[in-house]
Design a protein around this ligand. Structure first.
Ligand SMILES: Cc1cc2nc3c(=O)[nH]c(=O)nc-3n(C[C@H](O)[C@H](O)[C@H](O)COP(=O)(O)OP(=O)(O)OC[C@H]3O[C@@H](n4cnc5c(N)ncnc54)[C@H](O)[C@@H]3O)c2cc1C
Length: 303
């Protein structure tokens, strides 16, 4: 396909997506743009509409498994990064890293967002995934979500009108890009201490110095996917360049040469062992994105 003359200048072609995911795997984006303003985002959405192409919105790529090879889509990296504390509300751009947000707010003496500490995602990605930790989740502090849809129509949702679930939200199935959110916080002189404790516990329990995408599988009802995998002696199991972490069995580590195919194989292998030995079907927490040229086998999705 030749380059359209009306392509916005921020859109680039044939960009490797590896650096844009925390697992450091993935193929080449047919089109790629980093957007730092709502105007830039609108420009890319207009480009998508004219081209009539699939669009995939990236945060920090910390929960993604992207296909190898050429990915026929427009990948948009969200870098909208405003942050403003106003009384007991904090308004943030969807591209802000939530760990940074948590630190910023707790250092100003406000609590409520400490659970975000150490989660490497963006506000937009954490709303879409309803990310959570330490018995709290994104939805629990969320007041407002602002989006723009693929036709450029802007919406503001009151969070209490939205149905969030375990690692899911209505935005997983909407053609809308989250560009801003408002969270509620409260005065708490202990917030920074709490945040540091949460961060320390996380660094002690999870692998942070190697490429991963966080938890691979959702926790089955009343169970922990990590403990299940560990109890079957599967820590350290390796296929190609990927292995089950020795530190946390629900994390897969890219040892340097992993391909998406290796990761899919290891997922299949672990799901098979867990099903065979316990009868439990593990469901993916990681989001696979394979666009038109590659295909995720349905049996890996667990639904
Ligand atoms: C070391 C490590 C620790 C982790 N710990 C946790 C944890 O404790 N709890 C937890 O829940 N997760 C955890 N994760 C997973 C991950 O950080 C979260 O799922 C996070 O919410 C993903 O955010 P992201 O910005 O990276 O989104 P991405 O991975 O880039 O995208 C995830 C999904 O959100 C969509 N999305 C992203 N931005 C937007 C937007 N602006 N508008 C609409 N849709 C959007 C994407 O299209 C995709 O479907 C961890 C990951 C790592 C690597």
């Amino acid at each position: 396909m030749s380059t359209p003359s009306w392509m916005p200048s921020i859109v680039r072609e044939n960009i490797s997506l590896k650096p844009y995911t925390t697992l450091k795997v993935g193929g080449t984006a047919r089109y790629f743009a980093s957007v730092s303003t709502l105007e830039d985002l609108k420009g890319v959405l207009g480009f998508r509409k004219t081209l009539n192409y699939p669009l995939f919105i990236l945060g920090k790529g910390s929960n993604l498994l992207l296909g190898d090879g050429q990915l026929e889509a427009i990948f948009v990296q969200n870098k909208l990064n405003a942050l403003q504390l106003d009384g007991e509300k904090v308004r943030v751009g969807a591209g802000v890293n939530v760990s940074y947000l948590s630190q910023k707010v707790s250092k100003m003496g406000y609590g409520g967002l400490e659970f975000f500490s150490g989660i490497p995602g963006t506000v937009g990605g954490c709303i879409a995934m309803n990310a959570g930790a330490s018995k709290a989740d994104t939805a629990s502090r969320l007041l407002v979500v602002k989006t723009i849809d693929y036709d450029g129509i802007e919406r503001a949702y009151e969070a209490k009108t939205l149905e969030f679930g375990y690692r899911t939200s209505p935005f997983r199935s909407k053609n809308e890009v989250i560009y801003e959110a408002v969270f509620s916080v409260f005065k708490d002189g202990e917030a920074e201490n709490k945040r540091q404790t949460i961060l320390k516990n996380r660094l002690d329990a999870q692998p942070y110095t190697v490429p991963t995408a966080g938890c691979v599988f959702k926790n089955p009802e009343g169970n922990s996917a990590g403990q299940l995998i560990d109890s079957l002696g599967l820590k350290g199991r390796k296929i190609g360049g990927v292995q089950v972490s020795m530190k946390h069995a629900n994390f897969f580590e890219n040892t340097g040469t992993a391909t998406t195919q290796d990761i899919l194989e290891l997922m299949r292998n672990i799901r098979y062992e867990v099903k065979k030995q316990t009868g439990i079907e593990l469901e993916l927490e990681i989001i696979p994105c394979f666009t038109t040229y590659t295909h995720i086998p349905q049996h890996l999705m667990g639904n």
